[in-house]
Design a protein. Structure first.
Length: 409
């Protein structure tokens, strides 16, 4: 696609995002004047969600993080940054078929700040009850339940299992998606396709960010719901646009000597299968994924988890187990650089499983208190899904305790 075409995808996305942000500003000002957070102005509604969280581990040699977008996490002292966040959302109803949505979230992210970021800013048009198109900034939907992973109240556990969801560094894209729903048998089949570019950055090493801007993403899923059952298969491809800052970290022109370790232009593929059963008091979630790296700088991996919960009135105890394991690393290039190459590749290794035990107490409508214990059991080389793991000191085992208060309004 030519960059100078006035109707390019990126141009459309930028226009939609800018328009949605302007509408959010207007609606937020009106809502403040009216002192209302629910409904304020015909055609506009404001809502929000948040989590006040506390987490700590029992090992100073590794830190628990929610996912790899966080530069560091919780050590042996109580930390609020792992799970605490606040989000606000404006829905602008232009007509019964057209809606604009803007969402701002303040959370601990790549640059170690809580700077609010625009996570959604799109316009959706329903051409029919079963066919719709969205254009703008969209939340990523790599895995089942992944589009709502920041809304703690909608999640059964304190956080989506990091063994499964923690490797995702793409939270949103600037692009478009199309979705269609059709009745099949006694259930509903929904399909979605999306395409776009990443506007984000992610932590690479302490003090260094990897700029993901311009990385191209293409993917979709098929989702079938019938009664209490829901199953989804998905596949996403991401092509990195910019190089990771390995030369700056290594302090030498390493990539010119070992070009095979380059990530610019390389692809990573995410494939997953999800199954959820939710009826009466019983909830069961089962997920599997495969992450295939076309390049050799990062190891490919497999992950999965199963979680079960049983509602007992306002209290829902749950138990789960998750697993994440990398493929064998492959050294490449000039043997003189093998020590550096091995050190870089080792940072993407995971070989661990986690046992989870927790309970959710729905204090009142739109508010839930959760308590959770995670027992991470892995090898000393399993460092990818944690931060600050100290070689020679980290033994692969960590016990973490978490408390959260989730709410929506």
């Amino acid at each position: 696609m030519r960059k100078n075409r006035p109707t390019s995808l990126i141009g459309l996305c930028r226009q939609a995002t800018a328009g949605a942000l302007l509408c959010l500003s207007l609606s937020a000002s009106f809502a403040q004047a009216q002192d209302s957070t629910a409904t304020s102005w015909p055609g506009v509604s404001l809502h929000g969600f948040g989590t006040l969280g506390f987490a700590r581990g029992d090992d100073d040699n590794a830190e628990l993080v929610r996912d790899l977008s966080q530069p560091n996490g919780a050590g042996t002292h109580w930390a609020t940054k792992v799970d605490s966040l606040l989000g606000v959302q404006a829905n602008l109803h232009f007509s019964t078929a057209t809606e604009g949505v803007v969402q701002l979230v303040s959370r601990y992210h790549a640059d170690s700040s809580y700077r609010p970021e625009v996570t959604w800013a799109f316009v959706r048009h329903d051409f029919s009850p079963d066919f719709s198109v969205r254009v703008g900034r969209l939340g990523t939907e790599f895995y089942m339940l992944g589009d709502s992973r920041l809304v703690g109240y909608s999640n059964l556990s304190v956080r989506p299992p990091p063994d499964f969801y923690g490797s995702l560094v793409f939270s949103y894209i600037d692009g478009l998606d199309v979705s269609m729903t059709r009745p099949v048998g006694t259930g509903l089949l929904k399909g979605k396709l999306f395409v776009g570019q990443s506007p984000e950055s992610t932590p690479y090493a302490p003090g260094f960010l990897w700029d993901l801007k311009g990385s191209q993403l293409l993917g979709g899923y098929l989702d079938y719901s019938r009664g209490p059952w829901q199953v989804r298969v998905s596949h996403v491809r991401a092509k990195f646009n910019q190089e990771m800052p390995v030369d700056q970290v290594a302090g030498m022109p390493y990539l010119s000597a070992v070009p095979q370790m380059s990530m610019a232009g390389q692809q990573v593929q995410f494939s997953s299968l999800g199954l959820v059963y939710d009826q009466g008091p019983l909830i069961v979630q089962f997920m599997l994924n495969r992450i295939h790296q076309d390049g050799v700088a990062y190891t490919s991996s497999k992950a999965g988890y199963v979680m079960a919960a049983y509602r007992l009135g306002a209290v829902t105890p749950y138990v789960g187990v998750s697993r994440s394991v990398s493929d064998a690393a492959v050294l490449t290039g000039n043997p003189a650089y093998y020590p550096v190459t091995a050190s870089l590749i080792s940072q993407s290794v995971t070989d661990q499983h986690t046992y989870t035990l927790g309970a959710r107490w729905d204090l009142q409508k739109d508010m839930a208190l959760k308590a959770q214990v995670d027992w991470v059991r892995g090898t000393p080389s399993s460092v990818f899904l944690l931060k600050g793991a100290q070689p020679g000191l980290w033994d692969g085992n960590l016990t973490a305790v978490s408390l959260t208060l989730d709410f929506v309004f």
